[in-house]
Design a protein around this ligand. Structure first.
Ligand SMILES: C[S@@+](CC[C@H](N)C(=O)[O-])C[C@H]1O[C@@H](n2cnc3c(N)ncnc32)[C@H](O)[C@@H]1O
Length: 224
């Protein structure tokens, strides 16, 4: 299999990410947990049986998926096999794969793609989202999380992060257009990651801020 761009970062992913973020905001898994907590809250009493972390990388979200969805079967897909090796160390129980043809035999009740689509070239994004749509079970739900290009701190970090040299951020508008084109029946969206760890106590206010384009990231929740 061809080497993926992320293979070279797999071993040092956490360190490189940490060094790209100002000390006061150093996340150490905080923002990964923030996104999965949001997903769990929005799924309310739905209990997804099988969840796919699309573009799971070194598996930073997998322990949080296991925490918030203890009864679900966890799967992770990535084009970087080296990253999957680290994901396996983090969450040995997850089913990890880099050959998408495997997804043709499985369907997922929920899919999350966190910070993946800005690494997919724009002309390949419709195919990637269409794949996710087809891999979802009827009434399945997908969550897309992406950097908010309107947030100056996000831009500052993005411009300094070695992973992001070839990446291209996508606006919320672009993400919504992609969602529509991929044929999802409904979508909801909002800005998120307003509160870094020192302000974590304020996270409960976030639903009131979701229209304010100042969150570090945004989410799009799509239903098949
Ligand atoms: C910034 S990392 C995010 C990893 C993980 N989702 C997280 O939140 O830590 C982006 C990941 O997207 C993966 N990726 C890039 N192109 C992809 C594609 N076409 N399909 C699936 N994953 C892809 C990369 O290999 C990399 O692991």
């Amino acid at each position: 299999m061809a080497k993926s761009e992320f293979d070279k970062f797999a071993q040092d992913y956490d360190r490189v990410l940490g060094e790209s973020i100002p000390d006061g905001l150093n996340e150490d898994g905080y923002f990964a947990e923030y996104k999965i907590a949001l997903m769990a809250k929005r799924l309310k009493d739905r209990q997804p049986r099988r969840i796919l972390d699309f573009g799971c990388g070194a598996g930073r979200s997998l322990p949080h998926l296991a925490q918030y969805f203890p009864d679900a079967e966890l799967w992770g897909f990535d084009v970087s096999q080296d990253s999957l090796n680290f994901a396996h160390e983090r969450t040995p129980s997850a089913h990890l794969f880099s050959d998408w043809s495997i997804a043709e035999y499985v369907s997922f009740d929920a899919i999350v793609a966190a910070n993946v689509f800005h690494h997919i070239p724009p002309d390949q994004r419709p195919l990637a989202l269409d794949r996710c749509n087809r891999a979802l079970a009827p009434n399945g739900i997908m969550f897309l999380f992406e950097h908010n290009p309107l947030n100056p701190a996000t831009r500052w970090i993005f411009e300094r992060c070695p992973f992001d040299v070839d990446a291209e951020m996508l606006s919320l508008r672009t993400a919504l257009d992609l969602t529509k084109a991929a044929g999802f029946s409904t979508e909801q969206h909002g800005y998120t990651l307003f509160f870094p760890r020192p302000l974590a106590a304020l996270r409960g206010f976030e639903p009131y801020l979701k229209r304010l384009p100042l969150g570090a990231q945004y989410y799009v929740q799509m239903e098949k």
